[in-house]
Design a protein around this ligand. Structure first.
Ligand code: CTP
Length: 202
């Protein structure tokens, strides 16, 4: 039993606008498809994904980081592995306006932000014996040594079993068919995945 999160969360500013990110959900859906093809019973928590549902996979739809948190924690209770491929907002607007913000009211004040819950941290804190928890890290950097070092520090800080580090920016990863990266293991292993279809990385 495998649980995958996919896509990118949206944090509402008002009924019309949100703060979001560029994740399409392709990598998460590729992980779900490959896990199902290998015989796993798969559930995907999909945040704002505009792709067809992967065959033979249960899809639970969410939008905000708070929804993704609650649905993922509940679905994680009886799975063997959780793969956190979703791009989850770290901050949300501190206030969501119930009516559309109008420009004739003058320039709006700066948007105050409040932190969201860290889903990965809560999964790790509540995990059952033997459950495998995989994180993703989309990083930028001047070169591989630079973005990979961000990933190594993140794995040490977060304590997941595996961390998949992807270079992003400049047309890399987000919304693309291909992906590349390095899979870091908790015991110091580093597995390089060269650029190819997202199913290869999966
Ligand atoms: N993640 C999460 N909950 C959040 C934010 C992130 O579970 N509120 C997960 C992501 O799904 C991913 C991993 O944590 O698997 C790393 O996310 P990332 O945003 O790269 O980590 P941060 O600690 O937020 O670091 P950064 O400052 O680089 O954003």
């Amino acid at each position: 039993r495998v649980l995958v999160t996919a896509g990118g969360t949206r944090e509402a500013l008002d009924p019309v606008r949100f703060l979001g990110n560029r994740s399409s959900g392709r990598q998460g859906y590729a992980l779900a498809l490959v896990a199902a093809a290998r015989g796993a019973e798969v559930t995907v928590v999909a945040a704002n994904v505009a792709l067809p549902d992967p065959n033979g996979v249960t899809v639970l739809r969410v939008s905000s980081a708070a929804e993704l948190h609650d649905v993922t924690l509940a679905a994680a209770r009886d799975v063997d592995a959780v793969v956190m491929a979703a791009a989850v907002a770290d901050f949300r607007p501190a206030m969501t306006e119930s009516a559309k913000i109008k420009k004739d009211a003058g320039p709006p004040p700066p948007v105050a932000l409040a932190p969201t819950a860290d889903v990965l941290a809560d999964l790790l804190a509540g995990r059952r014996t033997g459950q495998v928890i995989v994180g993703f890290a989309a990083e930028t950097g001047d070169d591989e040594a630079d973005w990979l070092e961000h990933g190594r520090r993140k794995l040490a800080r977060k304590g997941a079993d595996l961390l998949v580090v992807n270079p992003v920016g400049d047309g890399l990863a987000f919304g693309q068919k291909d992906n590349s990266g390095v899979v870091l293991t908790a015991d110091g292993g580093e597995i390089e995945i060269s650029s190819g279809p997202k199913t290869s990385l999966a």
